[in-house]
Design a protein. Sequence first.
Length: 190
Amino acid sequence: MTDPKTRLLSRRRFIRSTPGLLACPAFLSLPAWSKTGRKGVQEIPVDLSPQELEWVKNSKMAEELIGYFTGGYSCAESILMVALRFIGESEDNVWAAAGYGGGVQHKELCGFLTGGVMGIGFAAGKLDTDREAAKKVCGRAVNQYWDWWKTIAPLRCGDIRKPGVDPKVCRRLGKLASAKVEELIKTLEA
């Protein structure tokens, strides 16, 4: 039996520390938006960076988005509307996003995320290929959009629009999301 004084870490202390040790790698690779600011509120930038500004200036969808978003359309409706217009689909299809604004009305998945996925789906439906091939192409684009989104903001509306967060953050996210959806729509191929 070993002398308790020479043991560096008791079994009990080791077991209690394991969850923290396992979480360390996750904290080392947090996205930029996850940095904590004043009063513990996660800081998501309100203004576009110079690189983001250049990117959205070249996006037809991003250019149109704010007109819808500030004109009575929800986040989900506005991004779907600009996607529909971009691909030449009927604007009446915007009703598909009517219940998705405000995080499916419950501050859950962000409407710019869900509406963007719908836009990608409508675009994939226009591909000149069979349904199964179009679904695979759509799935790849949606996965790219999802992964990209996680680098700019939380998935949940409630985590984006916490008390004390400037509501203008949604304008920035909408512009970025519409530019990304446009980019993904342009690259869809079977």
